[in-house]
Design a protein around this ligand. Sequence first.
Ligand code: GUN
Length: 301
Amino acid sequence: MTPRMTAQRIDGKAFAAQLRERVGTIAAEFEQEAGRKAGLAVVLVGEDPASQVYVRSKGKATVAANMESFEHRLPEDASEADLLSLVERLNGDEAVDGILVQLPLPGHIDEQKVIAAISPDKDVDGFHVINAGRLSVGQSGFVPCTPLGCMMLLTDRLGDLSGLEAVVIGRSNIVGKPMAQLLLDANATVTIAHSRTRDLPAVVRRADIVVAAVGRAEMVKADWLKDGATVIDVGINRLPPEPGAQKGRLVGDVDFGGASEVAGAITPVPGGVGPMTIAVLLRNTLVAAHRNAGLDVPESL
Ligand code: GUN
């Protein structure tokens, strides 16, 4: 047997850096035309350490892309009513184009109620049912950042997706369902697989495109993949630490080492899908700013 070629690495980190650069340039032009910066408000409730890190990096990336960042921190014991009234205030604030309420929220706050309170035209996360509905009927709205980022990587790599078999593993509202919708809009033949799917390896073996978004470390194995498949790994899982180490390694939902010997192209973890999420958030915010200011959305966004 001839040794297999190794899959090409899909460099999400580099792609995201280019997208942020492009957003920064267009944001500067927006400021000239609109006479104000595009603005993103990020709301963090409580002290969750991972969320604090995300919120800080979102703030930095927003400012680096020539946009205004508004950070709102509420204490862990803030009431649902406090949060809803903050969202209401941001809905009415003309300097704010996009609103992101960092999830998860503390258990005493109803996440769905908070998402429903965000104006759909400022819902740059694309989580509001209005935006989910717009996506499902093909109207323009806001698409959740992670699946949109995956789609950008896929079309950059494959061009036209018409007729390709795509299998999305995972059916969350944030990734799996919108991902399937985007692939369907691009004329792929789409299967959504999940924890009750029978013979998952056989289903995945049909796929030209595999998007893994289940949150289970290295679940997708090399022998599940068709030769040359394009593999997008959305998972970010931390393995238990090796003896003597402080922290375990970060891995995706795909066994990267094995899959690299079968796939045509694959996203690494870290450095694949992860960096795309914030870049797309900035892009969505700048789209919102153009719409809110009554300006045409530039094609290159
Ligand atoms: N928590 C983890 N990822 C996200 C995200 O993309 N948006 C929001 N709002 N919260 C998150």
